[in-house]
Design a protein around this ligand. Structure first.
Ligand code: NAD
Length: 444
């Protein structure tokens, strides 16, 4: 039986199950993570309310238009027009929600310390509307202890008791933007609650929208699992990057080495070198773990070493460009350098922490005449520089002294690039299938 509280809002019974058609889900933070997530809940039949401080995103959703490539407008539009999914900047809408999921950014400060100010800001606004029976789940990547030590006191400050009056859990978001095979819906959801009842409720909610849910014993396990995943990637990419530097000295093709090793059916997973790591996760998240470990008197070693090697890659790419131009009797100053792809990885338009930006900044400082092409990034500004994407035409390629493949988007015509560019620096092994290139190809 449901009742009402002093504010007239519905109270849910203690055994309330979050079922489509009955429960309302709110997602706070509608970016790369939040928009796909709320779309899944709405598609599963939950009344879904999105909340974001960015009016432009709210307006776009209200118009039924997606701004995240993983969420097609064809999917979002009907959910909005049917009234299943709505968006607002007003946190008062949370009064209607049975469950709230927080997907706000968790950047790093310049000192590489966690910046959880977006989480704190969201929680301080949520608490004003927190009522009995509500479930709150944090999905933003963060250090172990954030949910129990930082968020719980905020939510209990109004007198409500966790596990009895309201429910709190952590469940890491693991979406991989641009990945068509593994999406929000079919990536297993790890869930750890503050109490067993918190875990049970959070797992029950997700089970209606996500194919597989795994409950763990605590919020800290769930928080740390996410950090392990991203640290694992950072460390293994660093190993591949260091191998690339080693192979360059030994004059061995690192790509062929990795492909050969990858034929082993067990005990080896292929990671590849590249121009550096980017995006909102791999370059940042491991430092959440090392920072928290340091607070407990423990210095992690792999995280710092991997970060150092990966952070050095844009500089290494610039060194390779300098050397390649030198072999042509040219210097960077005054050379026309055409950057192909500025997104941090292929087939996405996300330039956050993208190594391309640093490479361009370094080349600009050396006097290079820069242009770029990226079908997913029409324009960008970085370090006071403003650029606009230009098409990859035979003329543009012929006029350039060095074309640098930084993001190996599927949209680039690598045959055309191989046919017209005099010099290509390929940081992704994107030219491997191009036969008889006219110009010289330098591989990472
Ligand atoms: N992008 C990824 O690939 C990815 C993958 C897994 C996990 N994550 C994690 O998910 C979290 C969100 O990342 P994202 O990539 O979606 O970020 P994003 O920047 O794309 O989106 C975050 C959204 O939150 C909004 N926001 C900020 N402060 C807010 C507040 N106080 N109240 C309401 N809205 C607020 C912003 O306007 C923005 O729309 C981060 O912790 C990130 O580490 C990201």
């Amino acid at each position: 039986m449901s009742g009402t509280n002093a504010t007239g809002k519905e109270q849910r019974p203690s055994d309330f199950e979050y079922r489509p058609g009955e429960a309302t889900v709110a997602v706070i933070g509608l970016g790369y993570v939040g928009l796909p997530l709320i779309t899944e809940f709405a598609a599963a039949g939950f009344k879904s309310i999105g909340i974001d401080i960015d009016q432009a995103k709210v307006d776009s959703i209200a118009a039924g238009k997606s701004y995240i490539p993983d969420v097609p407008t064809d999917q979002l539009g009907p959910l909005v027009h049917s009234g299943t999914l709505s968006a607002t900047t007003d946190f008062a809408a949370l009064a209607e929600a049975d469950a709230m999921i927080i997907c706000v950014p968790t950047p790093l400060r310049k000192t590489k310390e966690p910046d959880i100010s977006h989480i704190l800001s969201a929680c301080n606004r949520i608490v004003k509307h927190l009522r009995r029976g509500q479930l709150v789940i944090l999905e933003s990547t963060t250090y172990p202890g954030t949910t129990d030590e930082v968020i719980l006191p905020i939510f209990e400050s109004g007198g409500l008791k966790v596990g009895k009056d309201f429910f709190l859990a952590f469940s890491p978001e693991r979406v991989d933007p641009g990945n068509k095979q593994y999406t929000t819906k079919n990536i297993c959801k790890v869930v750890g609650g503050v109490t067993p009842e918190c875990t049970r409720r959070a797992a029950a909610l997700y089970s209606h929208a996500i194919q597989k849910v795994m409950a763990v014993s605590s919020t800290r396990v769930a928080e740390t699992a996410k950090l392990l995943e991203n640290t694992y990637r950072s460390v293994n990419i660093a190993l591949a990057n260091e191998l690339a530097l080693t192979c360059q000295r030994l004059k061995i093709d690192v790509w062929e080495v990795i492909d050969a090793a990858a034929t082993k059916p067990f005990g080896f997973q292929a990671f590849y070198p590249g121009p550096g790591i980017g995006g909102h996760c791999i370059p940042l998240d491991p430092y959440y773990l090392s920072w928290r470990a340091r607070l407990s008197g423990f210095e992690t070693k792999f995280i710092g070493l991997a970060g150092e090697i990966n952070a050095g890659m844009p500089h290494y790419v610039v060194d390779l460009i300098v050397d390649a131009l030198n072999d042509d009797g040219k210097c960077v100053n005054g050379s026309r350098i055409f950057i192909l792809g500025v997104a941090y990885k292929k087939n996405v338009g996300d330039t956050r922490e993208s190594p391309a930006l640093e490479i361009m900044e370094l080349l600009h400082a050396k006097g290079a005449v820069l242009s770029y092409s990226d079908p997913y990034v029409p324009r960008f500004t970085h370090a006071g520089l403003a650029f606009q994407s230009v098409p990859v035409t035979p003329d543009a390629l012929r006029e350039t002294d060095c074309a640098v493949i930084v993001s190996d988007h599927r949209d680039f015509d690598y045959q055309t690039i191989g046919k017209h560019a005099k010099l290509i620096l390929d940081t992704r092994n994107a030219m491997k299938a191009v036969s008889n290139p006219k110009g010289r190809i330098v591989k990472l």
